[in-house]
Write a protein of this length. Structure first.
Length: 250
């Protein structure tokens, strides 16, 4: 099976070469790598041109979700994965992922990931694959970076990214994914998510937008699920406060 790697990009000259090389450093060769650039004004396109194997476009878009959807329209692989321009795959995981797809009746393969911070500290995350746990996004690890999940093309034939959701489009996509497709979890690290102070996710009130996205999803699909979220979150808050009071008392 062919893997399509789609990288949305805008002014990514500082780190995009790392992402490109992490695809080149795979032990599985049936893949294509698409760069969907939003008409960068830095050296991004110059760097992309150094790699003749890349398929790329550079034109104005309506944001990251729009770029991702553009990539979906032109990719040709049976398996699709998104690699953000500032992230990277672990070496030699493509062949393993194809083997897992071949052995399992699954639409999606989810793996583990690592967050690497500017001070070089790392944090591992091992995502859940159950919808009721994904709803409790503040409590459980979930695949918040697309480097950690590979989907069959049929998934994206039914689901796209909401281009009006500029901050939590991944979470919105995952809620629909978990509700409608077969997911297989494997205990293998797929890639690394680099957290910089300039990252979009580091400059917004993420919890606020996750809450709004979940609320809208439940309104359309399962309002009881949102009630479950509200009750669980309230209990979590009370448990935290009790622990704080007991700690002060000691």
């Amino acid at each position: 099976m062919k893997i399509s790697v789609i990288t949305p990009s805008y002014n990514s000259a500082i780190y995009i070469e790392r992402a490109i090389k992490s695809v080149l450093n795979q032990d599985y060769k049936n893949w294509e790598h698409l760069i969907i650039d939003g008409e960068s004004t830095d050296e991004t396109v110059h760097i992309v041109k150094k790699f003749p194997h890349l398929k790329w476009i550079s034109e104005k878009d309506e944001g990251q979700s729009d770029a991702m959807n553009k990539g979906l329209k032109i990719c040709t692989g049976e398996i699709i994965v998104f690699l953000n321009s500032d992230d990277e795959f672990e070496p030699n995981i493509f062949k393993y992922i194809i083997e897992v797809f071949n052995k399992n009746d699954a639409d999606v393969i989810v793996g583990n990931g690592k967050t690497i911070f500017e001070n070089k500290e790392t944090k591992e995350w091992k995502p859940v694959i159950v919808l009721r746990k994904l709803v409790l996004y503040y409590k459980y690890d979930w695949p918040f970076n697309p480097v950690s999940y590979f989907c069959k093309k049929n998934v994206y034939q039914l689901l796209n990214y909401n281009k009006n959701n500029h901050f939590t489009m991944d979470y919105e996509f995952l809620l629909n994914l978990y509700a409608n497709f077969k997911i297989k979890k494997v205990p293998v690290f797929f890639g690394n998510f680099y957290m910089y102070s300039s990252n979009k996710s580091a400059t917004i009130n993420t919890d606020h937008y996750l809450h709004l996205t979940l609320k809208e999803f439940c309104k359309k699909n399962n309002q009881i699920l949102f009630l479950y979220y509200l009750i669980a979150r309230k209990i979590n808050h009370y448990n935290f406060r009790i622990k704080q009071i007991l700690k002060i008392g000691n």
